[in-house]
Design a protein around this ligand. Sequence first.
Ligand code: NAP
Length: 338
Amino acid sequence: MRAYRLADFDSLDSLRLHQEPDPRPQRGEVLVRVRAVSLNFRDIAILRGRYPRRSVPGLVPVSDAAGEVVAVGEDVHAFKVGDRVLGAFHPRWFGGHVPSTILRDSYGAENDGWLCELKAVSQEAVVPLPDALSFEEGATLPCAGVTAWNALSGATPVRAGHTVLVQGSGGVSIFALQLACAVGARVIATTSSEAKARTLRALGAAEVVNYADDPDWGRTVRALTGGRGVDRVVEVGGPGTLGQSLRAVAVGGEIASIGFLSTDNPGIDFFQFKASGAILRNIAVGDRTLLEDLVRAVVATGLKPVIHRVFEFDAAKAAFAHLESATHVGKVVIRLPG
Ligand SMILES: NC(=O)c1ccc[n+]([C@@H]2O[C@H](COP(=O)([O-])OP(=O)(O)OC[C@H]3O[C@@H](n4cnc5c(N)ncnc54)[C@H](OP(=O)(O)O)[C@@H]3O)[C@@H](O)[C@H]2O)c1
C-alpha cells in the first residue's frame, strides 16, 4: 500500500509518499481501505512545528478518515467486510472523563494517522458511516464536526433563542454555524473577507462582522445582541482573539476554547475575564459517543458538510498547501481510489 509520511517539520517537501507492506488486522481489529480523509488546521500546525505539543517525526499524518472494511481480525463482532466506517479522532476515548492516555493516542502527532491506503485499527476506534453521507462528507466529521458539536453542547447545550458567535470560516466554525442554525440558534460570524461574508450569510449567519476592518469586533458583536452578549463563543482564534471574545460574551455565557489560529499573543486581563462572568471551557475534540451523536444529528437534520475542495491522493501536498492558504470555507478533503 501507499502511505504518506512526514519526515520532519521543515516544509511541505517533508511529506513523502512511501510504498509499504499492507497492514494485517490483529485480534479485535478491522482493516479499513481509506476512501477519504479531511485536513484540519492541526495538520498544518504539526507540519510547521506550531502544534502545542512536540510531534514524532516520520509518522503518517492526518486524523480524520472514512473508508470501507476490507478484512477483520479474530473476535471482531461490531463490523464485517463491506461496512462503511469513519474513524474516531480519539481512538480510545469512548465517553466519560478524558483518559490520561489521550495524548499518547493522537493520530499524526504520536501515532500513525490516516493518509494512507490501508489502516488496521481497533473495532472500537471506528463508527458506522450511514448511507446518507459520502466518504468525503463522513471524513469531515471526526475532528471539526465533533469539536463544533462539543462546543455547542456541554453543561448548557445551545438551543433555540441562544446566540452563538463563530470566528472565521474554517472547518470547525462552519460546522458550528450549521449545527447552531440546525438547533434554532442565532449565529453571528466573523471573517476577514467580504466574499466569505456572503457565503457565511448564505449558510445561515444572521450577522457577519469583519474582524480585519474592526479591531474592536467583540464590542460590535455585543452591540448586535442589544448589549446582552452572546451565549456561546466558538473560540478558534485563541491568544489573539480571547480578549475580544470576553467583550462579546454574555454574563454567564460560555467561551468554548478550541483553537490557536492567531499568531499574536497579547495575553488577557484577569480582571476583564473576572468581570465578564463568563465560563471558559477547554475543548479536546470529543469522545466516540459524541461522534455517534453527531452522525445521528447530521443525518436527522440533512446537514451537508461544506467541502471547499476535494484533491486526489497523489495531490496531497497541494491539499495541505490549499488549507494553509486559508482561502477555503469549510473543509479540504483528499479522496482515495476505491
Ligand atoms: N481543541 C480542539 O479540540 C480543537 C479541535 C479542532 C480544531 N482545533 C483548533 O481550532 C482552530 C480552527 O481549526 P480549523 O481546522 O477549523 O481551521 P481552518 O479550517 O484552517 O480555519 C482557517 C480559517 O480561520 C480563520 N482565522 C484565521 N485566523 C483567525 C483569527 N485570528 N481570528 C478569527 N479567524 C481566524 C480564517 O477565516 P476567514 O478567512 O473567514 O477570516 C481562516 O480561513 C485551529 O487552531 C485548530 O488547531 C482545536
